[in-house]
Write a protein that binds this ligand. Structure first.
Ligand code: SAH
Ligand code: SF4
Length: 323
């Protein structure tokens, strides 16, 4: 990753700065105490901040979850668990794909983030954890595969510069089939997650409009091919919506779709968003048991950060307006 600033000086100077930025999560040149004072002051004056800084942050879950708003338009969430440190990062400000139950989709697309803005969210989390994150999930705002070149550049930098293996990164996609195929051809062993949300085209099209372009069967075929190309396990995300996608026949249809694969299903309790009136399904556990009974590997996702609109699908960067 080339920095969006010029350091100058001898080549070991660049190495020093890179270590401060990527390993010690420095925010300013002032912090880089092993640089000669004169150079440090000059750089600090020219570049008061070296990466995008949050305008505002919020804490939840007893301080174990923190959300940050950047540039008034995109957000990241740092989550501390007993056994891991996960950061959920955004690939776009807003999203143009309009999934009905998603707050980001409800706001529309503002812009693509560049690779530095994407990597910087991971560096922010490193600072929050006072340690390198163990897991990075591209599950914040936006559709990663609609900003393909920038997310691939960012993943490479997070792997090479920050030192978090691509294996510890998950790219979540709404199902842009040509880009899934393209990602399968890259030597990047990331985990892929497909936001399916329904096993039948009628229901899925009503929730995820892009399903009209790349329907369920095409998406499943593409993730199975990704699995074969990379040997990386694929996950299906499924937000549980009352009387929409939580019936027994849908559990059966989903199990049929996944038959003969080791695809893992992650059920997400629907989080409330302003523009979607249907409540969360009360059948999350029942649906999980039905899937298990049909031989499907399934878990339920936690709802970290709900109180601060930081849970899945709730990121909308409306904080400044409402603050
Ligand atoms: N655009 C990508 C990644 C960001 S969304 C994608 O769609 O996969 C991360 C996950 O949260 C997706 O599975 C998304 O469908 C889900 N999600 C969106 N709105 C939600 C809501 N209100 N409750 C629960 N999950 C939601
Ligand atoms: Fe975009 Fe993903 Fe939200 Fe759909 S669920 S609108 S693709 S961010």
């Amino acid at each position: 990753m080339t920095f969006p600033f010029e350091i100058g000086g001898p080549s070991f100077r660049a190495r020093q700065v890179r270590a401060w930025v990527f390993q010690r999560f420095a925010r300013t040149f002032d912090e880089m105490t092993d640089l000669p004072l004169g150079e440090r002051e000059q750089l600090a004056k020219r570049y008061p901040s070296i990466r995008p800084e949050p305008l505002q942050t919020w804490d939840a879950d007893g301080g174990e979850t923190r959300k940050a708003l950047f540039d008034g338009s995109y957000e990241a969430v740092a989550m501390r668990y007993p056994d891991r440190r996960t950061v959920c990062i955004s690939s776009q400000a807003g999203c143009g794909l309009g999934c009905t139950f998603c707050a980001t989709g409800q706001m529309g697309l503002v812009r693509n983030l560049n690779a530095w803005e994407i990597v910087s969210q991971v560096l922010w989390a490193g600072r929050v954890f006072a340690d390198r994150p163990t897991n990075v999930v591209l599950m914040g705002m936006g559709e990663p595969l609609a900003n393909y070149d920038n997310i691939v550049e960012a993943i490479r930098s997070i792997n090479d510069d920050v030192g978090i293996s691509a294996r510890k990164m998950t790219v979540s996609t709404v199902g842009l089939v040509p880009q899934i195929e393209r990602l399968a051809d890259e030597p990047l062993p990331v985990t892929l997650a497909l936001s399916l949300h329904a096993p039948d085209d009628e229901t899925r099209s009503s929730l995820v409009p892009i399903n009209r372009r790349w329907p369920v069967a095409d998406c499943i075929k593409a993730v199975k091919a990704f699995r074969r190309a990379h040997g990386r396990r694929v996950t299906i995300e499924y937000a549980m919506i009352d009387s929409v996608n939580d019936s027994s026949w849908q559990a059966k249809r989903l199990a049929d779709l996944l038959k003969g694969s080791d695809i893992h299903v992650n059920l997400i309790p629907l989080n409330p968003t302003p523009g979607f009136g249907v409540p969360a399904s009360p059948r999350v556990d029942a649906f999980m048991r039905e899937l298990r009974g049909l031989g499907v590997n399934v878990t339920v996702r936690d709802t970290r950060g709900r109180d601060i609109d930081a849970a899945c699908g709730q990121l909308a960067a409306d904080a400044i307006a409402s603050a």
